[in-house]
Design a protein around this ligand. Sequence first.
Ligand code: PEP
Ligand code: MG
Length: 557
Amino acid sequence: MNQIHGVGIGLGVAQGRVARMSGPLALPTEEPSAIGAEAEAARAREAVAAVARELEARGQVAGGAARDVLEAQAMMAEDPALEAEVTTRLSTGRTAEWAVADAFASFRDQLTAVGGYLGERAADLDDVAQRVIAHLRGVAAPGVPDPGHPFVLVATDLAPADTALLDLDQVLALVTSEGGPTSHTAILAREKGIVAIVGAADAAGLADGETVIVDAAAGVVITDPSAEELTRAQHRADARAAAASAPLTPGALADGTAVPLLANLGSPDGAAEAVALGAEGVGLFRTEFLFLSSQNAPTVAQQREAYEKLLAAFRGRKVVVRALDAGADKPLAFLNDAHEENPALGLRGLRALRANEDILREQLTALAEADAAVAATGEAADLWVMAPMVATVSETRYFVALAREYGIRTAGVMVEVPAAALLADRILRDADFASIGTNDLTQYTMAADRLLGSVASFQDPWHPAVLRLIRATGDGGAAGGKPVGICGEAAADPLLAVVLVGLGATSLSMAPTALADVRQSLKTHSLDDARRIAEAALAADDAASARAAAQAAASLR
Ligand code: PEP
Ligand code: MG
């Protein structure tokens, strides 16, 4: 069997040669040098300079914020104080590899102790040290490989920073052996439109240079493909590229029922692309993504700048901003300082904000100020603000009342905890709207960590238990005449998107790259169809049969 199974992200298909992401290098041992201190010092100097030049060159290519980060790393690598630390260690007769590892580690500890901006940069030194040691050993630096041709990147998992810096002209597809469909690696892959398969445990056996087909729609990596398989995959890729250039009409079902199609964004920088792909607004702005590497809470001014940029890009359109969702897979140093055994069940989301109310108040201040500033220079955006990880009616009341204090006109909650879904009718008496986060709702319904590859099969929003909770939320919205959007990854699955509308969702928000497929799928079903397809899925016993039942019902049109 030439297939490796995993969880596909999106509907893309790509083919190419594998390049594996290398893991961290083994630490150098303290063995004595065979060539003497002076020769070792020359090796160390040459390696540091080579790495600094390479970082600068990579920065030039990446441009923008990445260039600043990489240039700062290059400067740090050549800091004279660091060179002195290396030289001191070499005088004890050790190798350049060991002296670099030890000196960089001690320099990192010193920076961490200083704290503030320098402290924040300290972790970057580990990456630079690994690059210098790799250069000294004559091996590839750990991290994203550079085989000199476009490649299929195979990794155990990727840090968000790795994914953010991927060169999309080089990376044809991404395959990870760990991670679930709603891990933030998967979310970022979707945001960048990378053909990806995660949680493919057997991908660990793929070798550098071998040709594979990555079929995200089917969730399989085909190894040793035949010429015919390669041609078929190419035709599919070409057809999908053609669909992506279809007209950007507003989201609607076949009978004309409007289903606004909105974008999930993690930075205002993605706004222009979202608009270009036909986003009718923003359904989820993940504010915590702006501050993942900050040690201290962002200032009101810092936040206002980002929010203003976002709102100005969507004048006259709806923009749903989520208050900081810190904790579990997205810890923020300034909100989650306590160790918790089960952070996903801990002080995260609104719970963490409530425990640090000054931070929540500052965020609401920044949002209200940004809204007013944009309104003062032309048409305003329609700002909606929502709280993450709400579990109770009293949390809803707390958040809505606080938001109103700052003049936020439309305040709502995310439904990500089964308790909130089951009590949606009561919650929606106080909240102006609900937005269902199917990633966490699935995680909490199925008791399956969304980051864990070993339980990825439970992390399936098609599960009828999850669908019932979505229906309960949709019913709660309909009873009170309040909108219920979807902003989890489920909305990006074209067939599931139809089911979600059948269950009562009034808008769908997703990575902008998924908009074209979902727009197309909605157009082929009426509201009656959507309800019938949803009933078929709800009646199934498990996720796989729900998907199959929906497929069968959808083809009965
Ligand atoms: C969700 O849980 O579905 C969601 C949209 O929020 P996040 O993925 O950022 O936790
Ligand atoms: Mg969530």
